[in-house]
Design a protein around this ligand. Structure first.
Ligand SMILES: Nc1ncnc2c1ncn2[C@@H]1O[C@H](COP(=O)(O)OP(=O)(O)OP(=O)(O)O)[C@@H](O)[C@H]1O
Ligand SMILES: Nc1ncnc2c1ncn2[C@@H]1O[C@H](COP(=O)(O)OP(=O)(O)OP(=O)(O)O)[C@@H](O)[C@H]1O
Ligand SMILES: [Mg+2]
Ligand SMILES: [Mg+2]
Lengths: 160, 165, 160, 165
């Protein structure tokens, strides 16, 4: 229904303004309906301005800035309609260390109510995990799962 | 309700029976390239009723069955079980623990179970409807997919919202 | 002309078989024309099988395996028709440390004859560079380039 | 022949005149997110005659001119110069050193120079033709673009070969 959609959309839009500023330490961003008269069919526009920069199209944002903006949007939807768990596969791949830190701070806001499974190559993310699993292939072609401690991560030994 | 464990057997590169126990908070999955981390995400999707092989990087559903390695024969089937703690009754069944199992045989035949009782795929979809669990586009982000959120056209971005609204 | 294309294609195909095995420490891969009778219009198919694994469609390869396979193909073309320089923007983002090492070994084959500009977040790649430039924004919104030594990489200090 | 240096002035986030000197071997470019690394790649493309704003992540060519920051006014133009050592005469001009300069003004007007002599964009394209320099799809790989090599359809992959053949 139109009311349900608009109500959810408004909540997501409000979350997005807040989460963007948190992930970027400032700046501003918003989402809006391209055609407000037709909410159930309208496209959704995203505008984002990192702190200190002038507004520009999101295509001109850097790879890491786009990943952070997309993350802000995903968490905005997640907050409006939480799932009991969330699986993220290498969403930190484009992020530098400072951004990974802010990303994890935002994740931490949700961990009381939702479980997170995060596939990552980042040591910072591993350090903040409650549980760490390593996936390896001691026998080629056959996966094996092991519980690992942070200091015994099998990161470096791939066959390719 | 929370996600207690995932069990895979003959699913993609997980030829041997493997159990992933989930706790509260953040579970990190690490390891070298090609070892099976993303296959775990595919297993979660499949167990929740995903019907598109492409969403799990395959061309046909049979691609999900362990197809052998240099020292192993292919398995005859793939099986994944996902188990939830349901003490808050978020899932509309009368069990404190709910286990959903899905199997696919080389013949193409499928089997589905809720707490070991055979059921249809439809029953699994209905079990998760309106619970926030399922293959929500915004709660399961596959590898390389974060860019799509922004690079997709304004009309395409709606799909994220439509699942939430 | 058809001969020119087929001659180049054959060379690229030969390079690809070799470079794939080098990047993966084994396994096998090939490229071929889908329609040999129409070389100037035919699509180009890629098959790749990492060592110890059974052949499967390339869509089932992992993110890192796909990046390594794509890299083998790009260098195969580059070897057939070398450019004086090559710019690579974060092509190592999906690779684990062992794979980055093998990737850099392959790059090293070309450095006598071509210059490489590699944008990266990987310490391993930085360590193998002849020259290291840091790009920062001490004044927000305005880029600044500095020569850096390996031990003073400004990686960690982003505003986001 | 080799690439000696790149100079940017008012190009994207490089508001101040910036020179990147290239040596033999590997030059690594590092730094935090959003600081301008990929913009350097865009500058190289643009200086070699790239005509598609989308290849440089813009919507219009005017997007390439520094458009200001919290403390700075936009600049009136963007300028990039790329300088080559041409002692092996790989470039078909009679100079040991070749500098190609491209400018774009806010008015939309463009200027092109080879060794400070005004010329047309066409002259720049012809200068680099058959030299292996230029916006070859296989020698300039943009951020996130490595996946496209394999994910593109078989018909689309041809574009990599057609530039080489
Ligand atoms: N049905 C199958 N049988 C056997 N192996 C399979 C099957 N399906 C996929 N695989 C293998 O699983 C591997 C991919 O695993 P996955 O994508 O989980 O890797 P990953 O750990 O996420 O790596 P990366 O860090 O590179 O993303 C591939 O090598 C693929 O060949
Ligand atoms: N015309 C312009 N004027 C001012 N700033 C611009 C202009 N065009 C792009 N930018 C800015 O340049 C920044 C992007 O730079 P770039 O893509 O080079 O970052 P990067 O260093 O590659 O980062 P990442 O590691 O995240 O990929 C954006 O913040 C963008 O707003
Ligand atoms: Mg993966
Ligand atoms: Mg970049």
């Amino acid at each position: 229904t139109i009311e349900m959609f608009m109500e959810t959309f408004q909540r997501v839009a409000d979350n997005f303004r807040v989460f963007f500023r948190r992930l970027f330490n400032g700046g501003q961003a918003r989402i809006y309906l391209l055609d407000e008269s037709d909410p159930l069919e309208s496209g959704i526009e995203v505008e984002a301005r990192p702190p200190g920069k002038k507004p520009q199209g999101i295509s001109l944002l850097s790879g890491g800035e786009q990943a952070m903006t997309a993350t802000a949007l995903l968490f905005s939807i997640f907050k409006a309609k939480p799932s009991p768990f969330c699986v993220l596969d290498e969403v930190d791949a484009a992020l530098d260390d400072a951004n990974i830190g802010r990303f994890l701070n935002l994740v931490q806001e949700f961990t009381d109510d939702s479980q997170f499974i995060i596939i990552t190559h980042s040591k910072q993310t591993m350090a903040r995990a409650n549980v760490l699993y390593g996936v390896t292939m001691p026998e080629r072609g056959v996966s094996q799962l092991v519980s690992v401690r942070f200091d015994e991560v099998p990161e470096a030994e791939s066959a390719a | 309700m929370h996600f207690k464990r995932l069990e895979m057997f003959g699913f993609k590169s997980f030829a041997d029976r493997t159990q992933v126990r989930l706790e509260q908070g953040i579970t990190a999955v690490v390891g070298p390239n090609g070892c099976g981390k993303s296959n775990i995400l595919d297993a979660v999707r499949w167990s929740l009723g995903e019907q598109s092989a492409r969403e799990m990087r395959g061309t046909h559903m049979l691609d999900l069955i362990f197809n052998g390695s240099e020292n192993r024969q292919p398995t005859g089937m793939a099986e994944v079980s996902i188990t939830f703690d349901n003490s808050d009754s978020r899932l509309p069944v009368d069990f404190a623990e709910v286990q959903v199992t899905r199997r696919l045989y080389r013949s193409g035949e499928s089997e589905y179970f809720i707490n070991k009782t055979p059921c249809r795929l439809k029953d699994i979809h209905e079990l998760f409807m309106d619970t926030g669990i399922g293959t929500n586009a915004y709660s399961m982000i596959g590898q390389g997919k974060i860019d799509m959120v922004l690079s997709s056209k304004p009309e395409d971005r709606r799909f994220l919202f439509e699942e939430a609204a």
